[in-house]
Design a protein around this ligand. Structure first.
Ligand code: UDP
Length: 331
């Protein structure tokens, strides 16, 4: 299929693009390169553009005869979303509306949307199922939930078959470890710990050691990037195969296993063979104690299962990428 990958120069989008191309699809990446990297785009045509640019979107959808869209283009920093909520509403919600309008105008009727476990807020129960209450606790989660709702309403018209994929903690490197995480600023635990192991940071903070968990630190569900991307391929196939007039899918994507912050840090030390300083700090606002997924629905309906479930294996792939790219992507 000819697929427009919005945000295809970012961490998840670039891995998805490489996988689509390897599977024989024809991806076209659309990215404003504000947080993405041009050199992370492999095996695809590239359009340098912003989702706010309706004309360019329409032109691109027409020019490349796009059949489906995957939408990864979003801002993802929880802390920043609290400081600058309007920036998040603009990028994550208004720009998604623009994309849906351009799709409607060009009759492109399939969308896979990147959502997040942040739509659940602080869950009453873990592991989290798709029908758990959605009560985001920060503007980032709110904008993703609002975008999901907008897609839902558009899907009700019969003009859009859409899937919302709620990611837990995507990590590791894909495409033979050639595509990894390079955020500026970096805020994610695994790349930060690896940078500490590489001597690029003097220490790593643990945000909260008094949580009601066995070792007092937060527990998260870390899913390898290639497992995550494979679920998108299966989702796309399902959207394409549907004969329903109204099609709306939603899946949690996680591997179901929880690891604490301390366990992640110990794993990074083990994999890299390097020790580094770890400092206990206060809780980070907006962090839920435990977030783990129940991905039974994706398993049953997509035939998907996380293949890389051991944290050590995931961290090894990230370590291989960081070792080869100590300064990140060249551009
Ligand atoms: N974390 C930490 N120190 C850091 C970065 C993150 O203790 O320097 C914790 C964070 O509080 C959370 C977990 O690591 O409990 C995973 O955070 P990350 O930002 O990687 O992903 P999130 O779960 O927030 O999406």
């Amino acid at each position: 299929m000819r697929i427009l990958v919005c945000g295809g120069a970012g961490y998840i989008g670039s891995n998805m693009t490489a996988m689509l191309s390897a599977e024989g699809h024809k991806p076209v990446v659309f990215d404003n390169l504000v947080t993405g990297h041009r050199s992370a785009v492999v095996g695809a045509l590239f359009v340098h553009g912003d989702l706010a640019d309706y004309e360019l979107l329409v032109e691109t959808l027409k020019k490349y005869k796009v059949e489906a869209v995957m939408h990864f283009a979003a801002l993802i920093e929880v802390g920043e979303s609290v400081q600058a909520p309007l920036k998040y509403y603009h990028n994550n919600l208004c720009n998604t509306q623009n994309l849906l309008s351009a799709m409607e105008a060009t009759e492109v009727d399939k969308l896979v949307f990147s959502s997040t476990a942040a739509v659940y807020g602080i869950p009453n129960q873990v592991p989290i199922t798709e029908d758990s209450p959605k009560e985001p606790i920060n503007p980032y989660g709110e904008t993703k939930m609002a975008a999901e709702r907008m897609c839902h309403h558009q899907s009700q018209t019969g003009k859009l078959a859409f899937a919302s994929l709620r990611y837990f903690n995507a990590c590791g490197a894909g495409n033979n470890c050639s595509l990894g995480e390079d955020h500026h600023p970096e805020s994610h635990l695994i790349p930060l710990a690896i940078q500490a192991a590489m001597g690029k940071r003097s220490e790593i903070p643990i945000y909260g050691t008094d949580y009601p968990t066995p070792d007092g630190t937060c527990i998260r569900d870390y899913i390898h990037i290639e497992d995550l991307c494979r679920a998108h391929l299966l989702t796309l196939n399902k959207l394409e195969a549907t004969s329903e007039e109204v099609c709306e899918l939603v899946y949690n994507l996680g591997n179901g296993k929880g690891y604490s912050v301390k366990e992640v840090i110990e794993t990074v030390k083990k994999v890299t063979g390097k020790d580094f300083k770890v400092v206990a700090e206060g809780r980070r606002p907006g962090d839920a104690p435990v977030l783990t997924s129940d991905a039974t629905k994706a398993m049953n309906e997509l035939g998907w299962k996380a293949e890389v479930s051991e944290l050590e294996e995931i961290v090894e792939t990230a370590w291989r990428w960081h070792s080869k790219h100590p300064d990140g992507y060249p551009n």
